[in-house]
Design a protein around this ligand. Structure first.
Ligand SMILES: [Zn+2]
Length: 422
């Protein structure tokens, strides 16, 4: 199997237009070497700073040293179901039943393996792995830094063959060198898609530029795998409200964002019979790590008139037929004043869900590392409440267990969004 990556037909003309338009609003300079969030919904002076560091110092210290005082207790952790993944294809009956559906397996925090519908009977659909982090600690080293309180549901070796790895940004809880080195050394070799500014990181891992694609917001690529039965999907990098940096000197030097993946409506071969050309295109959204608005204080969410990040309505407008499935962050939002510019609380996640026109979604960015000060089980509880308030159909946007596969109809309803966490 080999994988070809090219610009999408629409991308080629869009690129020319953008070049004429000059420097994009999110670039700080004429070259893409530093970035910012170009919206009033982001206030950089609210990024976690000195005052918050002082407030959070006891937490920070405990998190870094992993004192048990900040880690969730055993009873809390036991309420988060963990199972060994079956990837939605546990037996041959399931394989047949789920062939035309999206199969999403949550591997904890922001890591998902998604298999799009297969275009040909008996052959797997395209598989995309988002933000794989299998290390114990999300930090520059494995002796200090936030430690997982739930284990990954499987080992890296258990992950089935994948076509693409997709990275939202370079924070340690989303881009893990040990996991990437392992996965990218596989045969057949997956391609990796990441934000602009990560070129030298992948060079450092000896991944050739032909396999590591670092994209700007709205860049799109067509991925074609020439296996026995070819599959094609398009992937677009979309804006979000966040920041980046792995050390002291690289803050905002690489870009951040979410991803849209759309499967091709039919196999791209002239030999395929018309009977095979029945798979409808599937469309999914991966939110990565994002904020939605900047609230004034830890206890006051502010008025409804506060500016919100306009990127999500734009995503909804550009992909107007909506998303069959979206992965949306719901955790790591306390203290709110410091975290709201960069992390959604469930109230924001629900608004984002509606802005992008998702039909179904699962909440992520919770349940693995203790990064902020809210209770470990608060994000799924608040998600339920906020969904109800906004009139979202019960189960349309919920959570699932770690290692659980949730199956989504293309153009239809989800089957069994679990929402088991009480
Ligand atoms: Zn982040």
């Amino acid at each position: 199997m080999s994988i070809q990556v090219s610009e999408t037909p629409a991308q080629a003309s869009a690129r020319e237009e953008r070049q004429k338009a000059g420097q994009p609003a999110h670039w700080l300079h004429s070259k893409p070497t530093e970035f910012h969030n170009p919206w009033p919904s982001f206030r950089s002076n609210q990024l976690p700073g000195f005052k918050d560091a002082v407030t959070m110092l006891p937490y920070m210290f405990s998190m870094l040293t992993n004192s048990s005082s900040v880690l969730p207790d055993k009873e809390t952790v036991a309420k988060i179901p963990i199972q060994k993944p079956t990837w939605g294809v546990g037996d041959s009956k399931l394989v047949a039943e789920n062939a035309q559906k999206i199969k999403a397996t949550w591997l904890g925090h922001a890591c998902f393996l998604v298999e799009l519908p297969s275009a040909t009977a008996g052959v797997r659909g395209p598989r995309i792995l988002f933000d794989p982090v299998f290390s114990d600690r999300c930090s520059p080293n494995q002796w200090m830094g936030p430690k997982r309180y739930t284990p990954p549901p499987c080992s890296l070796e258990d992950i089935p063959e994948i076509d693409a790895i997709v990275i939202s940004h370079n924070h340690y809880d989303h881009m893990d060198t040990t996991s990437l080195t392992n996965l990218l050394a596989r045969t057949p070799a997956p391609h990796v898609f990441a934000p602009l500014g990560n070129e030298s990181y992948f060079e450092g891992l000896s991944i050739p530029a032909s396999r590591a694609h670092c994209l700007d917001w709205w860049d799109a690529r067509r991925v074609t795998s020439s296996a026995a039965s070819p599959t094609t999907f398009d992937i677009t990098f979309t804006p979000g409200q966040h920041f980046t940096g792995r050390g002291l000197r690289d803050r905002f030097k690489s870009l951040w964002g979410g991803w849209v993946v759309e499967s091709s409506p039919s196999p791209q071969t002239s030999s395929s019979s018309s009977a095979e050309n029945t798979t409808p295109p599937a469309r999914i959204y991966f939110g990565g790590d994002t904020g939605y608005r900047s609230v004034p204080s830890d206890t006051d969410d502010g008025p409804d008139t506060l500016p919100v990040c306009p990127a999500f309505k734009e995503i909804g407008a550009r992909f107007a037929s909506g998303f069959d499935f979206a992965m949306i962050p719901i955790g790591a939002y306390q203290p709110r004043r410091a975290m709201s510019p960069v992390h959604c609380a469930p109230r924001d996640s629900v608004a984002l869900f509606q802005d992008i026109r998702a039909r179904r979604a699962l909440g992520m960015h919770w349940g693995a590392w203790f990064l902020t000060t809210e209770h470990a089980l608060e994000p799924p509880r608040l998600l339920k409440e906020e969904g109800r308030k906004k009139g979202i159909e019960e189960g349309a946007f919920g959570v699932c267990g770690i290692g659980e596969t949730v199956v989504f109809e293309v153009g239809g309803k989800a089957e069994g969004v679990a929402g088991k966490v009480e």
